[in-house]
Design a protein around this ligand. Structure first.
Ligand SMILES: C[S@@+](CC[C@H](N)C(=O)[O-])C[C@H]1O[C@@H](n2cnc3c(N)ncnc32)[C@H](O)[C@@H]1O
Length: 257
């Protein structure tokens, strides 16, 4: 293991790119890009180094960039395994992701899903959506994923688009990944439940439930335990390091919403 990798995995706070992200936190929380061009640099890195039409290779190259070049707010390789397993458990046909960023979790979700499954991934930052679009194209999965530029917090506009153009009818959705603004997890889940998109047995996975934290969402799932949802808290680590603990919350819908 090289020095860069040791610093990346074991001593992440020594990495300049993590410090730089801390400095860019205001930008990150308002624009959802760190502000130093790392997302655009990631796209160039993927186009240059990942083999075309190979999802595995796109994922490998994004992880390499995050460990060796600049830290990224992807779900990452460790939590990604939990995501993969949950997708496989859901045996999905239609999947929804909130928070595309550069497409890393979208690639993993598609790889873990059956060949005929489709992912709609919602992203409100146009630059991130475009980077993800080009990465999906490079990886050869454009027929299996749709990027919806919008947010479920836009008073029904994006929800109507999903309903009318992307097959989001009652009971149609098998899997949801929540990985966007942490205070939007609960209101967006409640919108999804009001729309009755989830089938009984559908799985909802939420990232970052400990760091930065989604306390209202976590409390809601505790209240619903055994009635509307049954949940498992997976204790894991925040992306691309092993010092900071995180929780991925996986919840199964037990009854029609
Ligand atoms: C943590 S990143 C997602 C990482 C991605 N899921 C992955 O693992 O590769 C969060 C993304 O959610 C987007 N976002 C934040 N709030 C949102 C909202 N309310 N609706 C849609 N997208 C949102 C941000 O622009 C950002 O690209």
């Amino acid at each position: 293991m090289g020095v860069r990798e040791i610093v990346g995995k074991r001593l992440p706070f020594l990495r300049w790119s993590v410090v730089r992200m801390g400095l860019g936190m205001r930008n990150l929380l308002s624009n959802w890009q760190v502000g130093d061009g790392r997302e655009a640099a990631l796209l160039r890195f993927v186009l240059e180094h990942a083999r075309r039409n190979e999802v595995d290779d796109a994922i490998r190259i994004i992880d390499k960039f995050a460990y060796e070049k600049s830290f990224l707010i992807n779900v990452g390789d460790e939590k990604g395994l939990l995501l993969d397993a949950a997708v496989a458990r859901a045996k999905p046909k239609l999947m929804l992701e909130l928070g595309t960023y550069c497409g890393y979790s979208g690639l993993r979700t598609i790889r873990a899903a059956p060949r005929d499954a489709h992912l709609c991934t919602v992203e409100f930052n146009a630059d991130n959506a475009e980077i993800a679009r080009r990465i999906f194209e490079h990886a050869g999965i454009t027929d299996r994923v749709t990027i919806v530029h919008g947010t479920l917090g836009d008073l029904g506009k994006t929800a109507a688009l999903l309903r009318e153009k992307h097959g989001f009818t009652e009971g149609a959705v098998d899997f949801v990944f929540l990985d966007h603004a942490k205070d939007a997890y609960l209101p967006d889940l409640q919108l999804i439940l009001r729309e009755r998109w989830l089938r009984t047995g559908a799985i909802v996975v939420a990232d970052n439930v400990k760091v930065p934290g989604a306390p209202q969402y976590r409390a809601y799932m505790k209240e619903q335990e055994g009635s509307l949802f049954r949940s498992r808290e997976h204790e894991t680590h925040a992306e691309y390091q092993t010092l900071l603990a995180d929780i991925v919350l996986e919840s199964e819908l037990l009854a029609p919403s």
